[in-house]
Write a protein that binds this ligand. Structure first.
Ligand code: FAD
Length: 474
């Protein structure tokens, strides 16, 4: 079998690349080990987690209505129905991808691809039938490597217990445990912790660092940390999980840290300490592809690897491990293979933590500016001044711009608050278009919306914000 383009991996990077390559007139085959298209994002990541976070949001909002004089009864959760609904969302989208592939005449082969050399992949059967290993070969002119990533599970935490799960297990939603430990205070742990906490579990988070969401702007993390502390059972910062032991119906966890040096027991443990790129065990050593010490495939700005026939995109090609970055890179690879003059030249890649409140940022952060010695001005608009935030009863937010003091060009934006993930899109466009802060501040935003905070933070920079009084020195 031969295909002009083979895409190895059918996640958001892989299918975006495959579909565009087909639209550009190339003959394309996707090789995907899972029987469904969609990859981590659709099957075990972005989409199922957001479907469950929607449930969590409705539960917490209904509870908070009591302050407004509207009382709902305590929710009764039918976990089977919640799981079915989430699975249906995934099935609808995955089925849609299958139809889109068919419409574009993209061939989809359900197999595990293993490189024989720089032009050939062995198709290993997956699932029950393992007899056809190596029986079928697929050759290609170009291959786009889009094998993604998998949950990091170090050996000392991988004790083979059904009560110790990665994000895959947490999304399966087998039950609502009475108590759950989340190991790792990154975005996946906090999102899944939010889901289980709102569904009724007592959630404890243990984070090695001295703050949640290491790497994110501390000003943005503060309101989230406050709410997480209120709604979760406990958050233990600067603490380490030294070991796990399955004791039948529970897991014994050895915790070390300034507050607790003891053994705690939980019904379930979610290990969410990061993700590893999938770059081993499928013959990359038989090609010229270079994998760095962290397991990422090295690429140039056209997604070319060191092997002239092979491109790499998405999680396997480096941080940030995000679906929209994977899709963007996938489209570049497809265009380059089709002979178009494409390259990765995005000014920023947005990041969103879909907790409550949400945190979103794009472009340069205040910390990065400091580390890199870049002079910036920071303009912050507190949501306590926003009419819409007050009307919503959610003033625990802030919008901030990072601005070049010489030119007033916007370099970065950070937002914390409900819906921050939607609001950051405007900031992305502004950064991408090289906007001056005045462009944003003087764009008429609809009232009363949280989107106004994006313009109002610009007004803060210009010293003209209506609701923020800053006396000028004369
Ligand atoms: P993947 O989506 O990982 O797809 C890789 C595919 O390759 C898989 O389907 C795999 O089966 C297949 N594969 C691997 N090896 C082979 C082989 N040898 N042969 C055949 N097939 C193979 N990102 C966001 O942007 N927003 C979010 O809100 C978000 N939420 C997340 C929540 C969770 C719980 C998790 C785990 C991740 C989340 N992510 C989110 C990250 C996002 O899922 C990834 O960044 C994205 O899926 C990466 O896409 P990809 O195409 O590079 O790889």
């Amino acid at each position: 079998m031969h295909s002009q383009v083979v895409v190895l991996g059918g996640g958001p990077g892989g299918y975006a690349a495959a579909f565009l390559a087909a639209d550009l007139g190339l003959e394309v085959t996707i090789v995907e080990a899972d029987p469904r298209l969609g990859g981590t994002c659709l099957l075990r990541g972005c989409i199922p987690s957001k479907a469950l976070l929607h449930v969590a949001k409705v539960i917490s909002e209904a509870e908070e209505m009591a302050d407004w004089g509207v009382d709902f009864a305590k929710p009764s959760v039918n976990i089977d129905k919640v799981r079915d609904r989430k699975n249906n969302v995934v099935a609808t989208l995955s089925g849609g991808l299958g139809k889109l592939a068919e419409a574009r005449k993209v061939k989809v082969i359900n197999a595990r691809g293993v490189f024989v050399d720089s032009k050939t992949i062995n198709l290993e059967s997956v699932g029950d039938d393992s007899s056809t290993v190596g029986s079928e070969r697929l050759t290609f002119d170009h291959c786009i490597l889009a094998t993604g990533s998998e949950p990091a599970m170090p050996k000392f935490l991988d004790i083979g217990s059904p009560r110790v799960m990665s994000s895959n297990g947490a999304l399966d939603l087998a039950d609502i445990p009475e108590s759950m430990l989340v190991v790792g205070g990154g975005y996946i742990g906090l999102e899944m912790g939010t889901v289980y906490s709102e569904l009724g579990s007592k959630v404890t988070v243990i984070e090695l660092g001295d703050g949640l969401l290491p790497g994110a702007d501390r000003d943005l993390v503060k309101p989230l940390a406050k709410r997480v502390n209120e709604r979760f059972e406990k958050v233990l910062l600067s603490h380490k999980v030294a070991g796990l032991k399955d004791i039948g119906d529970k897991v014994e966890v050895t915790v070390e840290g300034p507050e607790i040096n003891d053994t705690l027991t939980f019904d379930r443990v979610l290990v969410s300490i990061g993700r590893w790129p999938v770059s081993k065990g499928f013959g990359l050593e038989n090609t010229k592809v270079v994998v760095n010490e962290r397991g990422f495939v090295e690429t140039d700005n056209q997604q070319r690897t060191a092997d002239p026939n092979i491109f790499a995109i998405g999680d396997v090609a480096g941080d940030p491990m995000l679906a929209h970055k994977a899709a963007y890179e996938g489209k570049i690879a497809a265009e380059v293979i089709a002979g178009e003059p494409a390259a990765f030249d995005a000014q920023a890649i947005p990041a969103v933590v879909f907790t409550d409140p949400e945190i979103a940022w794009a472009g340069l952060t205040a910390d990065e500016a400091k580390q890199q010695g870049i002079k910036v001005k920071i303009a912050q608009y507190p949501w306590q001044a926003s009419g819409r935030a007050i009307a919503n009863g959610r003033t625990d937010g802030m919008t901030k711009w990072i601005v070049d003091p010489e030119t007033d060009r916007v370099l970065g934006c950070g937002i914390v608050g409900t819906g921050a993930g939607e609001l950051i899109a405007e900031a992305m466009l502004a950064i991408e278009m090289g906007c001056n802060v005045r462009d944003i501040a003087e764009t008429i935003h609809p009232h009363p919306t949280l989107s106004e905070t994006v313009a109002f933070a610009g007004e803060v920079h210009l010293g003209t914000a209506t609701e923020v009084y800053r006396p000028k020195r004369r």
